[in-house]
Design a binder for this molecule. Structure first.
Ligand SMILES: NC(=O)c1ccc[n+]([C@@H]2O[C@H](COP(=O)([O-])OP(=O)(O)OC[C@H]3O[C@@H](n4cnc5c(N)ncnc54)[C@H](OP(=O)(O)O)[C@@H]3O)[C@@H](O)[C@H]2O)c1
Length: 296
């Protein structure tokens, strides 16, 4: 199958492109820089330019692009950029796809667990759960809505709501690993908040599933079926690294260190992948320990 991927140079995109290629798919990477390889095609979300000629014959399009949420302190200006980079690029791509004589069958447009808000306590969150409050919840709703032009053109639009993606060399574990390796890591706040991790390899498998299985449409939680408390996650991580788990990192220290983004680590989101499971997807790393092991 011919698949186009935007946002392909990032943590998930790099692994996805490799996974798609090894499964025999022909991948076109939509890149914002000047193309440096034959499989790259340049697009410019700001100017609204999409190279439609390079998308002829594409059956699936995946969009993962947007400024990295952890790359800067969440000032008002940065939050605007986070929002704009996702909504603008998704609107431009979704609209462009409707202009193809043969439209792709499926458009997979990223979203995030932030849809459910910063903190939902012990509530089990499946795809029927309503959106939460706050900045990320608003951003995710607008982000999903931005794919409306593709939906209106009868393209099957899927929104993977990613949990904390954890994989070798990066992702949500990256800032934690050096501390835990030194035996200095501890849980955040009171440690009771739920985390919804997922391995990078299951994330790639889930994205492939949404593309390859005909009939997938709508939101899909992409997180392992057994979310754990942050305290338990920290215990498992220290255990796998054969290091002691030390003192907790107090919430106010995180707030000072990383600002509003600390709500990501201190809030509780107990997400379950109900729709993926019902569609027949099976996780290779179904719990926090196997997710951690997959990354180490
Ligand atoms: N990783 C996670 O744990 C996680 C969790 C929840 C949600 N997500 C979401 O899933 C998506 C992929 O995650 P990731 O971890 O792979 O992100 P990432 O490593 O930050 O990569 C995102 C990609 O977006 C593109 N990009 C950067 N700035 C952009 C802009 N201004 N406009 C359009 N595209 C831009 C870049 O690709 P090019 O330079 O090739 O265009 C970049 O490689 C992101 O939207 C992220 O918010 C990730």
């Amino acid at each position: 199958m011919r698949v186009a991927v935007a946002g392909s140079s990032g943590f998930i995109g790099t692994a996805l492109v490799a996974g798609l290629r090894s499964a025999g798919h022909d991948v076109v990477r939509l890149v914002r820089h000047a193309p440096a390889a034959p499989n790259e095609a340049q697009w410019d979300p700001e100017q609204g330019r999409v190279p439609l000629a390079r998308l002829v014959g594409v059956e699936a399009v995946v969009h993962l692009g947007g400024i990295n949420v952890g790359s800067h302190r969440w000032t008002r200006r940065f939050k605007k950029r986070l929002h704009h980079s996702r909504i603008r690029s998704t609107t431009v791509l979704a609209s462009a796809l409707t202009g193809l004589a043969a439209r792709p069958r499926v458009f997979v447009s990223a979203s995030a667990m932030g849809y459910y808000g910063p903190d939902r306590g012990r509530e089990l969150l499946d795809e029927e759960s309503g959106p939460g409050d706050g900045f990320l919840a608003g951003l995710c709703q607008d982000w999903e809505h931005a794919a409306a032009p593709a939906r209106a053109a009868d393209i099957a639009v899927c929104h993977p709501r990613f949990g904390l993606v954890i994989g070798p060399g990066g992702g949500a574990l990256k800032p934690l690993l050096p501390l835990f390796r030194l035996g200095l890591g501890g849980h955040f706040g009171n440690g009771e908040q739920f985390w919804s991790p997922v391995s990078l390899s299951d994330t790639v498998r889930a994205l492939r599933f949404l593309i390859e299985q005909h009939g997938c449409v709508g939101p899909y939680n992409v997180s392992c079926p057994a979310p754990v408390s942050n305290g338990e996650f920290s215990r498992l991580l220290a255990d796998e690294l054969h290091r002691p788990r030390l003192l907790p990192v107090p919430g106010f220290a995180l707030q000072i260190a990383i600002g509003q983004a600390s709500s990501e680590l201190l809030g509780s989101l107990r997400m379950v992948p109900t729709r993926l499971s019902e569609a027949g997807f099976r996780f290779e790393h179904p719990d926090a320990r196997s997710v951690i092991k997959s990354a180490l």
